[in-house]
Each structure stands twice: as C-alpha cells, then as structure tokens.
Design a binder for this molecule. Sequence first.
Ligand SMILES: C[S@@+](CC[C@H](N)C(=O)[O-])C[C@H]1O[C@@H](n2cnc3c(N)ncnc32)[C@H](O)[C@@H]1O
Length: 242
Amino acid sequence: MNTTTKILRRLHKFFGVIPAVLLSFSIYAQQSPYLLKKGDPSGIGKWYMGREIAHVMGYQGMYWLERPERESEEKTTLLLKNMEIRETDAIADIGAGSGYHVFKMAQLAPKGTIYAVDIQDEMLAAIQLKKEEGKISNIAIVKGGEKSCNLPPNSVDKVLIVDVYHEMNFPLEMMTTIHRALRPEGKLYLIEYRGEDPRVPIKRLHKMTEAQAVKEMEAAGFRLEKNIPNLPWQHCMVFVKI
Ligand SMILES: C[S@@+](CC[C@H](N)C(=O)[O-])C[C@H]1O[C@@H](n2cnc3c(N)ncnc32)[C@H](O)[C@@H]1O
C-alpha cells in the first residue's frame, strides 16, 4: 500500500467519505497532466496541454477507413513514400484500425515486420482475417493498452500514427512507451488532419495544428525534424528522439 492510499484510508476512517473524495480529486489535479472540463460534443471532457481529447472512433467506422476514395483524398501512397521504407524495417502502426496502411507497408518491407497495434479487438480481428486470407507472414498483431503500446524497448525503426493521436486517452503515457519502443535513430511519423486549414472537412477535435503537436511531442521526448507538405489534408510530421 503506498503512502497516498494509507492517508486516504485514515481520512476515510476518521472523517467519512467526503473529505477522502475531495482529497483524491485534489491529489489527481496536482499529479495529473490532464484537466477535466466540459467542452466540445466530440470531445471526452479531458484536456491535455490546452487541447481537448476526442472520442475514440468505434470499429463501426471501419468502412470509412477503407473507403475507395481515400487514396485520392489523402494520397496514402505518397505518405508511405515519405516514410522511405526499407525492406528490412520493423514498423509499428499505432492505432492501426482495419489495417489500411499495415498491408501496404507489409509489401514494402517483405523482410521486416509490421506491428499492427490497436486497442479495439474488432479492429485486430479484421486485420487477422485479412492476414490469414492473404497468407501474410510479416504482420504481427498487438493488443495495445490505453497507456501503453505494449511493444518491447528498442524494437522498431519507424512508428506510424495516422489519425489516432488526437483520440488517445492518455497521450503522454502512450507517447512515453512509444519513445521507449523506438530505436535511437528511429523516426516517428505523426499524421494528423491540418488544424490550421478550415478547408479540411474534418471535425475540429479530429484535427491538430503543427504547433500543438510539437508542444505535445516535445513533452514526450521528441523533436520535429520536418513537416513534409505534400499531403492534401494532413500534416506529415517526422519526429526523432531528443
Ligand atoms: C480513426 S482510426 C484510424 C485507423 C488507422 N490509423 C487508419 O488511418 O486507417 C483510430 C484508431 O485508433 C485506435 N486507438 C485509439 N486510441 C488508441 C491507443 N491509445 N492505442 C492504440 N490504438 C488506439 C482506435 O481503436 C482506432 O482503431
């Protein structure tokens, strides 16, 4: 039992439940990097570094991720070119969804491994099915946690995060574990719809500005190397470990 739990137990014993609850809130407020405050309907009422976190996209949205017009809207082939994938690369796709990028990367790194990480079983099941149908051996499916990517330290050369970061419930904890999983010379490709551009037809909380992303990545030990400006709707931000 840690000291905080001991204090709370004693407080609860002598004064009842209310002071214990109040103290718990104040300890949370002092220790947590997050703020709880009502905001946008598409947000969860939890804020990190001035940004409200969005709701997780449910597995029911899988069909939108696989829409045929996605290539022309997002130029996903160009995004993968930006990653300069080598055939032996170990790459983690964090929040892989239905595996839209996973299967394309598996072809580009035939002697490497693509780790498909997601928190929703239904998404992972869809990837597993497609993997079996295609008899693909270089994809590893990993059940992620809300606070951890569940990958071993120094295990990947590249990390891809497409349209996921803004909905991570514990962004600081997640990015800390991703930082650990990335090899020293590794690269993080953070892809988010551009928050600076009102023409991008995506809800506000599902977009991010470069300035906000840089602030949050720096808090997790990353430095922006470049932002490649060749995607129609998204930032293609390349981060390296500080
Ligand atoms: C909008 S989808 C994007 C899927 C995929 N990256 C794509 O572009 O097709 C967001 C995905 O991120 C997953 N996700 C959300 N928070 C996550 C976390 N902390 N760790 C891993 N996956 C997460 C969701 O389950 C969902 O499958």
